[in-house]
Design a protein around this ligand. Structure first.
Ligand code: BES
Ligand code: MN
Ligand code: ZN
Length: 489
């Protein structure tokens, strides 16, 4: 909206380069409040780093109860990521103040530096992602506190229109991310592989096929099938297909690891390591989130989405260390550690799409190795692959989306670590370079010439503490990055 005559509970004012942003409307609000804001901010030595905020009661001097001064940092560092953070902090502050209606003037300070459309997208992403809560299992929901209405004010009608388009797109995208978060946060007992199959089949605007249980065995998906043997919940393999109406610029396959719970199997994990293992289907959640968004965002890219899902449990029927399974492409795998199950599930998915579909790029997304956390911590995705350009594109998209990606070498020197005595390969390497070993294993299931990237999201799939625009729990990482990547192809 470009009119300033709005009312509400909270008014958000931008604070940039160490001062309140100067704009006739903001200056007039200042004056109405007796020029108190600047004085109080100076007294408090308010620096206004990104997301830092101060709230002031207006004492009825303007038509809002509170003014929230929101730090945007330095103008030279302005970025969509910083806007997302500021938007999230504004919305969260509004929630704390029990505001029903928030009016934000943040766009005024940034729309010249970052296009109004991009500003709109970042603001609604930050807002909707920052307000996300998983409360399905709470007997008392805090939902009532969520602000009902948020308005953003642009300088004029033309920028308002661009802003609005961006706001709308951002809200759609955040919906997909929050959907992925819901799937991840859902306890494993309520999301067997079959549940993911049903979610896929519910997805509008894409063609979906779900392969189940015995059918998987008959098809020759011995690796995925083996992972599921110890669970009473049978595994599923999902194929989804989005085809744009017009010209197809590129074809891409995305493949998600969908282990709905990873106990380690007979190579059982210690209790602490199991606490968050309902998140071991985060890659699948990313694929489902992206596929849900494609028909709404309509990029001119044809996308195949795959999910290989099983529950990794120990019981009398479970696969044993030392067992040999045959993957869909005919390669035999010695399963030395049943806890290295993600690569087994992905082996069949990658082989399947390699055999049946012709695509320009293959990207798999998986919570594959604890070693990725050791190497990069919980904020960076580890990337490895066969195509420099693809990795560069993904890194760039990740940067813009605030989802950092760091490349590790797909080091052929270590390839012999996963050679097996009894089968073609084995599912674990030595004690070092665990993340690279995982990628080297997967490489056996894509073509020599394929442009393939493996994204190990074991770290950032789960927030161990609240982030700027994600509460503790499943993050839905890589949904936004993949969509951005598609939009640039
Ligand atoms: N799902 C885990 C990886 C993981 C660990 C994700 C911690 C998130 C947080 C994976 O299936 C696994 O157990 N990997 C093993 C591989 C090992 C046995 C070669 C690991 O990382 O220990
Ligand atoms: Mn495991
Ligand atoms: Zn796992």
């Amino acid at each position: 909206r470009s009119s300033f005559r709005s009312q509400g509970d909270v008014l958000v004012l931008p604070f940039l380069d160490g001062k309140l942003f100067s704009h006739p409307e903001i200056n007039s609000i200042q004056k109405k409040m007796g020029n108190l804001l600047a004085k109080l901010l100076a007294k408090e030595e308010f620096k206004g780093e990104v997301g830092d905020a101060r709230q002031f009661s207006t004492q009825g001097k303007i038509v809002f109860d509170y003014v929230l001064v929101m730090g945007l940092g330095k103008a030279k560092d302005l970025s969509v990521e910083n806007l997302r953070k500021a938007a999230a902090k504004s919305a969260q502050a509004g929630e704390r103040l029990k505001a029903k209606k928030i009016v934000s003037l943040l766009p005024l300070a940034v729309e010249k530096k970052i296009g109004a459309d991009q500003v709109g997208q970042a603001l609604s992403e930050g807002t909707a992602l920052g307000l996300y809560r998983f409360e399905k299992y709470k007997s008392k929901k805090s939902q009532e506190a969520t602000p009902r209405e948020l308005s953003f004010i642009a300088a004029d009608a033309k920028t308002a229109k661009a802003l609005q388009a961006g706001l709308k797109r951002g809200a759609i995208i955040a919906g997909g991310v929050n959907y992925a978060r819901d799937l991840i946060n859902t306890p494993a007992r309520d999301k067997p592989p079959e549940f993911l199959g049903r979610e896929a089949q519910k997805t509008r605007g894409v063609r979906t096929r779900v392969f189940r249980h015995r059918q998987l065995q008959k098809m020759g998906m011995g690796a995925l099938y083996g992972v599921g043997m110890g669970s009473s919940e049978p595994p599923v393999f999902i194929e989804m297909h989005y085809k744009p109406k017009g010209r197809v610029k590129k074809r891409v396959a995305i493949v998600g690891k969908g282990i709905v719970f990873d106990s380690g199997g007979l190579s059982l994990k210690p209790p602490k390591s199991m606490e968050t293992m309902k998140d071991d289907m985060s890659g699948a959640a990313t694929v489902l989130g992206v596929m849900k968004l494609l028909p709404q965002l309509k990029p001119s890219v044809e996308v195949y989405g795959y999910v290989a899902s099983a529950e990794n449990m120990p019981d009398g029927g479970a696969q044993r260390p030392g067992d040999v399974v045959t993957a869909y492409n005919g390669k035999t795998i010695e399963v030395l550690n049943t806890d290295a199950e993600g690569r087994l599930a992905l082996a069949d998915a990658l082989s399947y799409l390699t055999k049946h579909r012709k695509v320009d790029y293959i990207i798999d997304i998986a919570t594959l190795t604890g070693a990725a956390l050791v190497a990069l911590g919980d904020l960076y995705t580890a990337a490895m692959g066969t195509d420099v350009e693809l990795i560069e594109k993904l890194k760039k998209s990740g940067e813009i989306c605030g989802e950092k990606i760091w490349e590790l070498p797909l080091a052929e020197e270590y390839a012999e670590e996963i050679k097996s005595q009894v089968a073609d390969i084995q599912n674990i390497g030595g004690p070092y370079a665990g993340t690279i070993n995982g990628a080297l294993f997967l490489k056996h299931f894509v073509d020599e010439k394929a442009k393939w990237a493996h994204l190990d999201i074991a770290g950032p799939s789960w927030a161990n503490k609240p982030l700027a625009y994600a509460p503790k729990g499943g993050t839905g990482i890589m949904v936004r990055t993949l969509l951005h990547f598609f939009s640039e192809l």
